[in-house]
Design a protein around this ligand. Structure first.
Ligand code: G3P
Length: 225
């Protein structure tokens, strides 16, 4: 399963990218509004920092506006995927952008039917927002299960990108269902790395080592001749 980071924060992107964990990035207007600095420059820097797909979202809601923005955003780099909202105008833009070899990620998906239509229109990714469904008392992961099944049944050339992820259990559930991608806020990825037993175990190893090696903090290796 691919892991994308759902952020426009360059510090977090660089930190996790250096660990080899980041297959791509998703941004949106809300995430960009949280960062200091010119959004255009931030988007350019993200595209240069991470080699994988970078979703940059349009602000327009009409077909012509989305086309113009999609073409402009795609110029940031070959790895750009244009993020388009799940609307009738959006589907039209997805279909037209595909003809221009511009990849799209259809966002704000809240049902399997929406995902099916986005895939038929030619999207490269669909983004079901599972946390927001959980928020209103529905089970977000249920639509991921349905979408994965539908895409497999018809061999759609479209990846299921699980978005609005709130905690590490969402990641396990998405992985068990065979979703292609999860996009994670940096704090969720940090939580996946940490485990209290790892910390306790490491502290014990270091304490025990101190008992046998008071003069050195690092193991002294004897190389066999
Ligand atoms: O990728 C979509 C994501 O940014 C939305 O997350 O937590 O605002 O529902 P959230």
């Amino acid at each position: 399963m691919k892991i994308f980071l759902d952020t426009a924060n360059l510090e977090s992107i660089k930190k996790f990218n250096d660990m080899g964990l980041v297959d791509g990035i998703t941004t949106n207007p809300t995430l960009l509004s949280k960062e200091k600095g010119d959004p255009e420059e931030i988007m350019g820097e993200i595209v240069r920092t991470v080699k994988g797909p970078i979703s940059l979202e349009v602000i327009s809601t009409d077909f012509e506006g989305m086309m113009a923005e999609g073409r402009r955003l795609s110029k940031y780099g070959k790895n750009v995927v244009v993020k388009i909202p799940m609307t009738a105008e959006g589907l039209k833009a997805v279909s037209a952008l595909k003809l221009e070899q511009i990849r799209t990620n259809v966002t704000l998906i809240f049902s399997a039917n929406q995902a099916l239509l986005a895939a038929k229109a030619g999207a490269s990714y669909v983004s079901p927002f599972i946390g927001r469904l959980d928020d209103i008392g529905e089970i977000g992961m249920d639509i991921v299960r349905d979408i994965v099944t539908i895409f497999k049944n018809y061999d759609f050339d479209c990846e299921v990108l699980v978005a609005s992820v709130r905690h590490p259990l969402h990641v396990i559930d998405a992985a068990k269902l065979g979703a292609h991608v999860v996009t994670l806020p940096p704090d969720v990825l940090a939580k996946m790395i940490a485990h209290p037993l790892t910390d306790i175990g490491l502290a014990r190893f270091l304490d025990d080592w101190k008992k046998v090696s008071s003069s050195s903090s690092a193991p002294r290796l004897t190389v066999p001749r």
